[in-house]
Design a protein around this ligand. Structure first.
Ligand code: KIV
Length: 278
């Protein structure tokens, strides 16, 4: 069985109950090996549509397809035992209306085995969130900077400044009323994120938001320092794997060119027997 519901994983209602408790730890994952590493540390693992930019070299998330999300969702499902798996509905897979959103959310849940989906938008998505949650699809909402609307915003800019704060407050209130079990608040001023967290009844998951949020989420490749050329203010790097990997690859290349690799321990002696697999 690949569909969720047959595991001991954390559930959306359990996440909902974590409002105001110990902060929820959330990270993205796109592959089985990374899912295995993050599982025991995270409450929620998100297969974000950021996969398009992080793993596929796309310049935005707009080119990410439902099939890509299903493929990465399946890979992450294989690596998780404990964390709640949430998969993003990609651009174009839910905006036409509740029926389209349900059809594609059902595919994500049945084929990728996630227990919840995430979609971007506030007031404009309230009817869709209500439709999905009434039909067995737990929804994590996403307001503030919604990257699928990058062309409407004119870039990945901070949202909710000045009078615009009211729009983000209304969005957060609307997704709560509609039945979302949590909401991502992305790239909004800290005092606004704090105020929304105090105002709504569901957990807020901050990214470029506030330590007062009920949880935090980041892209796992960002905290591992996989990119040397991408350093947004809201990311804290806990490792520099990108430069370490580059150095390791350089050493391998030099070893091959200088015939230091393979060494005696990496080759098979004439005395090897059939059935020597290692
Ligand atoms: O796509 C993504 O990875 C996200 C999170 C970073 C919130 O939406």
């Amino acid at each position: 069985m690949s569909a969720a519901g047959d595991t001991n994983a954390i559930t959306p209602p359990e996440i909902r109950l974590r409002k105001g408790q110990t902060p929820l730890v959330c990270l993205t994952a796109y592959t089985t090996p990374i899912a295995k590493l993050v599982d025991r540390h995270c409450d929620i693992v998100l297969v974000g549509d950021s996969v398009g930019m992080v793993l596929h070299g796309l310049s935005s998330t707009l080119g990410v397809t439902l099939d890509m999300m299903i493929m990465h969702g399946k890979a992450v499902r294989r690596g998780l035992e404990r964390a709640l798996l949430v998969v993003d509905l990609p651009f174009g897979s839910y905006e036409e209306g509740p029926e389209q959103a349900f059809r594609n959310a059902a595919r994500l849940m049945a084929e990728a085995g996630c227990a919840a989906v995430k979609l971007e938008g506030g007031e404009s998505m309230a009817a869709t969130i209500r439709f999905l949650t009434a039909r067995g699809v737990p929804v994590m909402a996403h307001v503030g900077l919604t990257p699928q609307a990058v062309n409407t915003f004119g870039g990945y800019c901070v949202q909710g400044l000045g009078d615009d704060a009211e729009r983000i407050r209304r969005d957060a209130g609307a997704v709560t009323e509609a039945g979302a079990f949590s909401v991502v608040l992305e790239k909004v001023p800290e005092p606004l994120a704090k105020a929304i967290t105090a105002q709504i009844a569901i957990p807020t998951i901050g990214i470029g938001a506030s330590p007062a949020c009920d949880g935090q989420i980041l892209v796992v490749d960002d905290i591992l320092g996989m990119f040397t050329d991408f350093r947004p203010k809201f990311v804290k790097r806990y490792a520099e794997l990108g430069s370490e990997a580059e150095a390791a690859i350089g050493t391998y290349a030099a070893d091959v060119r200088d015939r230091r690799f393979p060494a005696a321990e990496h080759v098979y002696a004439a005395a090897s027997r059939p059935g020597d697999f290692a």
